[in-house]
Design a protein around this ligand. Structure first.
Ligand code: ADP
Length: 638
C-alpha cells in the first residue's frame, strides 16, 4: 500500500476558528443557508462535469442524469448531500477544503476592530460556502471521487471545524461528492423532511439541477412503501429544475430573482437591482445582471474574481468571464448564456471573438441603464450603491471613451449646496440648478471634504451663490482629466488659471477690478521680488472675499492631489509653480501696500504666502522660519 492510503491529520491553513466563530455568530438567525451553499457547490460540480464531458463523453457514460440527492436521518441527526458531479481528487480536497478561507480573508479579519468583527453584515463580504456547514454541524464528513478516476482512489475528509481535519483514501462506487453533516444537539430540526423541503424550495427552485429529497418513510403512502425495495431508498424531486434565466421575465417573482442571485453568485445579501434580458437577432444571448448590495472585501485586489458566469446553450463554460464587461463594472455579477459562442471556447478565444465584443458593448449599456434607472427611481438605494462602488465607477470615463457622458451622468458628488445633506448630488442635479448666466460647471479638488469646504477659492462663489462641486477622492483629479464637458457645459477647476466668471460678472464689478489692478501694480512687483522664482506670477485677484491671498495653479499644471499620488509612487513630477493672488479688499494687503520698512514687508509677504500654501493643503518649505517671522510680527502688537 502506498502512503497515500494512510489516514492523515492536517491543519487548516488560516485562522479557522476565528473565521468560523465570526460566521456562526453572524449567521445564527439565518442558519438554513448552509443548505443553499452546499447545493450551490453541488450544482457547480455538475456544471463542471458537463463541461468536461464535452471533450470527454466517457465521463458521463454511467449515470448521465446529474442531480443532487439529500438524505436525512432524524435519529442519527444527520443530513447527507450527494452529487454526481465532477468530484475532487485528494489534492483538490486539500487545496479546496483545507484552506478555510480565500487568500486575503485572514488579513482582512485581522484588520477589523472588535466592533466591526461583530458586524453580522460582514460575512457577506467574503463567501464562506462549504464552511457554513459548521453553523449547524458538529462534524462534517466528505466522501468524494473525481470523475474519470478509479473507485479506489476516492478521498474521505472529516473535520469538526476547529483547527484540523483528517484525510484518508477510501473506495467509493460512484463519482461525485457526498457531504454528511452530523448535526449539533440543538440543530436536529434540520433533519426533518418538511424543513429540508421548504429550504430547497426557497433557495434552489430555479437551479437547473434537480434536487431530490429522500421520501419520508413516516409520511410516505402505503402504496409506495409496499412496492419499495427496502434497500433502495426513494427520492422525490423538490425543485423546478429550470434555469431561472431561461424563463420569461413576466413569470419570475422578485423573491425568485433574489434567491437565485444568492445561490448562483454566492452572496449572503440581497442585490440592489437586476436586469434580465433576452437578445434575439444577429446574436442570440440571455443575460441576467445583478448589482450587489455590498462590495467584496477584495474589490481593490487586482486578482480578485470578477466577471460573469458564462454559459453556452445552457452548458456552463466558466466562472469569472471578464471579457463581457469593462473593468470599471467589475462589481456586476450574473450570468450570460450565448447561442453563438463555441462550446470549446477558452479565455484566449473569448478575447478575440468579435461576437464577444458586441456583447460586451451591449452588456455595458445594460449595466449603465440599470444604474441610471436605479438613480432615478430610488435615490436612497443609489446612494447605497454609490457608497460601495462609486470609486470603481469613477474609473469609467478614463476606460470607456464611448460611454463617457453616460458614466458622468451616474457620478455623485458633494457640492457647496449639499452641506449637511447626506445625499450626494449628480451632475444632472447641478446643471438643473445653474442660472442662465452660468455656462460652466465649477469644481474644486482637494484632499478631504473639510479642506475642500474651507478653501479660499470658494469665497467669491459663496458670495455670488454659485454652486461648486467639491471633490476629494484620490481618483478625482485623474477622473477630471477625462471629463471635459457634461450636457454641453464645460468643467472648470476653480483653482486653475485666472478666474473667469463670464456672464456671472457685471460691468461695474469689472471696472472696479481693473481699477484696483492698476492701483496695485507697484505692490505686485514688490511681492514678486520677494517670492522670486517660487511663483509663476503675482496677481490681484477677485476670487477672495475673506482671505488675504491664495494660490492658483496653471491651466495645464498638475494639481496638488495628483502631485502627491505621483510623489508617493516614486514618479518624477514635472515642475510647476503656482500663481500667487492677493485680495485688494483685504486690510492686510492694504497694510502691505503702505509698508515702507523692507524687512517688515518681506516678513508679511512670507507669512501671507505661507498661509496661502497651507490653505491649499500644501506644506511650508521652511516651517521654522515661518514661525519665526510670525512671532516677530506678533511681538510688535502692543
Ligand atoms: P466556493 O464555492 O465559493 O468556491 P467553497 O468553500 O464552498 O467556496 O468551496 C471551495 C471549493 O471546493 C469549491 O470552489 C470547489 O472547487 C470545491 N468543492 C466544494 N464542494 C464541492 C462539490 N460538491 N464537488 C466538487 N467540488 C466541490
Amino acid at each position: 500500500m502506498t502512503t497515500e492510503h494512510k489516514a492523515e491529520t492536517l491543519g487548516f491553513e488560516t485562522e479557522a476558528k476565528q473565521l468560523l466563530h465570526l460566521m456562526i455568530h453572524s449567521l445564527y438567525s439565518n442558519k438554513e443557508i448552509f443548505l443553499r451553499e452546499l447545493i450551490s457547490n453541488a450544482s457547480d460540480a455538475a456544471d463542471k462535469l458537463r463541461f468536461e464531458a464535452l471533450s470527454n463523453s466517457d465521463l458521463l457514460k454511467q449515470d448521465a442524469e446529474l442531480s443532487v440527492k439529500i438524505d436525512f436521518d432524524k435519529e442519527k441527526k444527520a443530513i447527507t448531500i450527494t452529487d454526481n458531479g465532477i468530484g475532487m481528487s485528494r489534492e483538490e480536497v486539500i487545496s479546496n477544503l483545507g484552506t478555510i478561507a480565500k487568500s486575503g480573508t485572514a488579513q482582512f479579519l485581522e484588520s477589523l476592530t472588535g466592533d466591526q468583527r461583530k458586524d453580522s453584515q460582514l460575512i457577506g463580504q467574503f463567501g464562506v460556502g462549504f464552511y457554513s456547514a459548521f453553523i449547524v454541524a458538529e462534524t462534517v464528513e466528505v466522501r468524494t471521487r473525481r470523475a474519470g478516476e478509479p473507485a479506489d482512489s476516492a478521498t474521505f475528509w472529516r473535520s469538526n471545524g476547529e483547527s484540523e481535519y483528517t484525510i484518508e483514501n477510501i473506495k467509493k462506487a460512484d463519482r461525485g461528492t457526498s457531504v454528511t453533516l452530523l448535526l449539533k444537539e440543538d440543530e436536529a430540526e434540520f433533519a426533518e423532511s418538511y424543513r429540508l423541503k421548504s429550504i430547497v424550495k426557497r433557495y434552489a427552485d430555479h437551479l437547473s439541477l434537480p434536487v431530490m429529497l429522500l421520501k419520508d418513510t413516516d409520511t410516505a403512502t402505503e402504496k409506495s412503501t409496499d412496492k419499495a425495495d427496502p434497500q433502495t431508498p426513494e427520492y422525490e424531486a423538490v425543485n423546478d429544475a429550470k434555469a431561472l434565466w431561461t424563463r420569461s421575465r413576466s413569470e419570475i417573482k422578485k423573491e425568485e430573482y433574489i434567491d437565485f442571485y444568492k445561490l448562483a453568485c454566492h452572496d449572503f445579501e440581497d442585490p440592489l437591482k437586476w436586469s434580465h434580458n433576452k437578445v434575439e437577432g444577429k446574436l442570440e444571448y440571455t443575460s441576467l445582471l445583478y448589482l450587489p448590495g455590498r462590495a467584496p472585501f477584495d474589490l481593490w485586489n487586482r486578482d480578485a474574481a470578477k466577471g460573469l458566469k458564462l454559459y453556452v446553450q445552457r452548458v456552463f463554460i466558466m466562472d469569472d468571464a471578464e471579457q463581457f464587461l469593462p473593468l470599471y463594472l467589475r462589481f456586476i455579477k450574473g450570468v450570460v448564456d450565448s447561442n453563438d459562442i463555441s462550446l470549446n471556447v477558452s479565455r484566449e478565444i473569448l478575447q478575440k471573438d468579435p461576437a464577444v465584443d458586441s456583447m460586451r458593448s451591449a452588456l455595458t449599456k445594460r449595466c449603465l441603464d440599470m444604474l441610471s434607472k436605479l438613480r432615478k427611481k430610488d435615490s436612497e438605494k443609489y446612494q447605497a450603491f454609490w457608497d460601495q462602488f462609486g470609486q470603481v465607477l469613477k474609473e469609467g470615463p478614463g476606460e470607456d471613451f464611448a460611454n463617457r457622458e453616460k458614466v458622468a451622468g451616474l457620478l455623485q458628488f458633494s457640492t457647496t449646496q449639499s452641506e449637511g445633506v447626506s445625499q450626494d448630488q449628480g451632475l444632472e442635479d447641478y446643471v438643473s440648478r445653474m442660472s442662465d448666466e452660468q455656462n460652466k460647471i465649477y469644481f474644486l479638488v482637494s484632499d478631504s471634504l473639510n479642506s475642500a469646504r474651507t478653501s479660499p477659492h470658494l469665497e467669491i462663489f459663496r458670495k455670488k451663490s454659485i454652486e461648486v462641486i467639491l471633490m476629494y477622492d484620490r481618483i478625482d483629479e485623474w477622473l477630471m482629466g477625462y471629463l471635459q464637458e457634461f450636457d454641453g457645459k464645460q468643467f472648470q477647476d476653480i483653482t486653475r488659471g485666472e478666474l473667469d466668471l463670464g456672464g456671472l460678472e457685471d460691468v461695474e464689478e469689472k471696472e472696479l477690478q481693473e481699477k484696483s489692478e492698476k492701483a496695485l501694480e507697484g505692490l505686485v512687483d514688490r511681492i514678486k521680488t520677494v517670492l522670486d522664482d517660487r511663483v509663476k506670477e503675482v496677481r490681484v485677484t477677485h476670487r477672495l472675499t475673506d482671505s488675504a491671498a491664495c494660490l492658483a495653479i496653471g491651466e495645464e499644471d498638475i494639481g496638488a492631489q495628483m502631485r502627491k499620488i505621483m510623489e508617493a509612487s516614486g514618479q518624477a513630477v514635472p515642475e510647476s509653480k503656482p500663481n500667487f493672488e492677493v485680495n485688494p479688499k483685504h486690510g492686510l494687503i492694504e497694510k502691505l501696500n503702505n509698508e515702507q520698512d523692507e524687512e517688515r514687508f518681506e516678513d508679511l509677504v512670507e507669512i501671507i504666502f505661507g498661509q496661502a500654501s497651507l490653505a491649499e493643503g500644501g506644506h511650508l518649505q521652511e516651517p521654522g522660519k515661518f514661525s519665526e517671522r510670525l512671532n516677530k510680527v506678533l511681538m510688535k502688537i502692543e
